[in-house]
Design a protein around this ligand. Structure first.
Ligand SMILES: Cc1cc2nc3c(=O)[nH]c(=O)nc-3n(C[C@H](O)[C@H](O)[C@H](O)COP(=O)(O)OP(=O)(O)OC[C@H]3O[C@@H](n4cnc5c(N)ncnc54)[C@H](O)[C@@H]3O)c2cc1C
Length: 412
């Protein structure tokens, strides 16, 4: 029976990056993926801030386009921020995972596509893993550490739905559309997000530039009962078509692909992180941020942290992964708890007017502040927006008083 130090199930960003780190450290590692190709489940919009490229040493070949403009549109308000330099990238999700897998083999590891995880069991102090290659009989492999990187499926550590923690879940669907030059130019280099009940009740929608003449147009809806809205929403695909018809105002486009997935985020980060020599990373332990559904760099970060603890375990310097769970909680918990509270308010509680108002406040932030808020989770920046509106109203008030009293000097 073939044997590895580590078997990682799931070649998403988390599994791919973890395998790449371990192979780079000389550990014998196998990365397993159920799909035959990386195009097969190309579900993610894959927007990321600029720092991701350097932090995870990603090749520019995984970049679809760069963005230097951010636009947020609600039912009544539109705000736009611009920078003279690139603020981030829209990655090609298939190429990103292919690149990470390529790094694994380059570093001496193995990658098996088209192999589905079936089960595992303990035998003589080692774990035996059963895999099903497509169209062939199941095979057995031995490993010292097994990693659940199966994303929201959590197929290894939490396969039983009834035993899972309480989830905050949402489904996202995205069209990849080919458009003419002028439509593409109107969206090139911009991330455009749509909030509010007109565009996407109980969620948000978006238009991102993928590559020349190709746009990603999508919408995501969270599960749960909205405090104000009734349940008779349009289907998610209708919200995508609304963007194409009302915002882009085009009839003439070619739909290249439709993809999507459902994310299950554990409220309060209550996932199971490890059991014996089995450890989970990425969306399998809710590393995705539920406010904006951003999970690629966080999944890779969890894979990187896990790779350090796996090496400690293999070297017999630790007997379990309790310190790994503690490390991930320190890394994510505070910001993720606040994000969850805000997400529930914006998507499941607020009136449309309140969302318009919130966006008007954000409009007072500088571009660097809004990027810090959305991508570094600096929530204190939200109060700066409110503060600036109050200050300008106060200034206006004192100016009027000054004018009535016939004073020429202004305050502010
Ligand atoms: C519509 C949508 C848009 C998104 N947009 C963005 C975005 O713009 N930016 C961003 O950062 N994040 C985005 N995300 C989130 C991001 O894609 C995820 O958080 C990220 O992919 C999680 O990485 P992961 O490796 O943990 O899991 P995944 O990417 O889900 O990878 C898990 C892998 O495990 C494989 N697998 C599952 N079960 C088995 C099995 N039994 N055997 C073998 N293999 C198995 C799956 O096929 C899959 O390839 C988006 C998500 C959705 C749904």
């Amino acid at each position: 029976m073939k044997s590895f130090d580590v078997i990682i199930v799931g070649a998403g960003p988390a599994g791919g990056h973890c395998a790449r780190q371990l192979a780079g450290a000389g550990i014998s590692v196998l990365l397993v993926e159920q799909h035959q190709t990386f195009e097969a489940n190309n579900f993610s919009s894959a927007v990321t801030p600029m720092e991701t490229l350097a932090q995870f040493e990603l090749s520019e070949s995984v970049v679809g386009s760069f963005w230097n403009q951010l636009v947020i549109v609600s039912t009544q308000v539109r705000k736009q921020w611009e920078s003279s330099t690139a603020l981030g990238a829209v990655l090609n999700f298939a190429k990103l995972r292919e690149f990470l897998a390529g790094e694994v083999t380059r570093n001496g590891g193995e990658v098996w596509l088209g192999h589905r995880y079936l089960s595992h069991s303990s035998q003589d102090g080692e774990t035996v893993v059963m895999l099903k290659p497509q169209g062939k009989e199941p095979i057995a492999l031995r490993t010292r550490v097994l990693v659940d990187a199966t994303g929201s499926a959590r197929s290894l550590l939490s396969p039983h739905r009834q035993k899972r923690p309480d989830f905050f879940s949402g489904t996202g669907i995205e069209y990849l559309i080919k458009v003419d030059d002028s439509t593409y130019q109107s969206c090139a280099e911009s991330l455009i997000f749509f909030l509010g009940h007109h565009w996407m009740p109980q969620g948000y929608s978006w238009i991102f530039p993928m590559e020349r003449n190709i746009l990603k147009v999508g919408a995501a809806r969270y599960y749960g009962q909205h405090q104000i809205l009734k349940d008779n929403y349009p289907a998610i695909k209708q919200s995508i078509e609304l963007l194409i018809k009302d915002y882009l105002q085009i009839d003439d486009y070619h739909r290249l692909e439709t993809h999507g997935s459902t994310l299950h985020y554990s409220r309060g980060l209550q996932d199971i992180y490890y059991r014996d020599n089995l450890i989970a990373i990425g969306d399998a332990v809710s590393s995705v941020n539920c406010l904006g559904g951003e999970g690629i760099r966080h999944g890779m970060a969890s894979g990187q942290i896990a790779s350090e603890y796996i090496q400690e375990y293999l070297a017999d310097r630790t007997r379990d992964f309790a310190a790994y769970q503690h490390h991930l909680h320190q890394h994510f918990k505070r910001s993720w708890d606040i994000s969850e509270r805000i997400a529930r308010k914006v998507y499941l509680e607020y009136s449309d007017r309140r969302i318009d108002q919130g966006l008007a406040y954000l409009g007072n932030l500088e571009v660097s502040e809004v990027i810090e808020l959305l991508f570094s989770y600096r929530f204190e920046n939200m109060t700066k927006g409110v503060g600036r509106i109050l200050l300008s109203k106060l200034t206006e008030f004192w100016q009027k008083i000054g004018q009535r009293l016939g004073l020429s000097s202004t305050i502010g």
